[in-house]
Ligand binder design. Sequence first.
Ligand SMILES: [Zn+2]
Length: 241
Amino acid sequence: MDYSRQIAAIGEEGQLRLAQAKVLVAGAGGLGSSLLPALASSGLGAITLYDPDTVSASNLSRQLLYRKRDIGRYKADAAHDFLADINPDISIQAFRKSFAFDGQYDLLIDATDSLPHKQKLALFAWESNTPAIIGALSPLEGNIFLQQRRAPGIPCFHCLFPEVGTTPQLRESFREGVLSALPQFAGSAMAYYAILLLLQKPVTGNLIRITPSGTRTLRQAPSQACPYHPGTLSHLENANQ
Ligand SMILES: [Zn+2]
């Protein structure tokens, strides 16, 4: 793969950093369909993905990783083949079911449509001090949360989205439907921020909201009620129990 145009933008050192990066992507559906090819073609050293689903006809209108001939195949297998075709020079591992996270990744990305999964991945990332990117869609809007390494003033996913079902902007898109072009937009934005984080470029916002009235990057503060932040009231209460 010839990365000369990208190297002109990020330098040899940046490209080498990407080549050494190991990234985990949960979910190879709508968000994953634009996220994964963008990561593979950027020359990330190793991509591990997992998705337990098989390709169905209703996926094809927005999940551009898949073609009609893939219907019935495991997404993990079809995605693996697609990405290996794009870039045979990188390592791609694809699994048909979820597995235990471990600390061997430089970045964890959640592109599933499951809020409990997002919370689980975000919490593991926070506790292992691994950066994470979590994407979620509602019918016409996308939300991307960048969970950076732990530091004063940095919120975790739980700070913003404490409980399943209480966050209207993070409802499951599965039952509600979604505009076909939206996962492609949001998935590409996730890849863009993934690469910025891997290159350790300064990214000041932590919540990117894609809405019909514009795309905004917000900078959210930690919640005083979050149990995962030392020094907050709720953390002290937990520690005393
Ligand atoms: Zn928190």
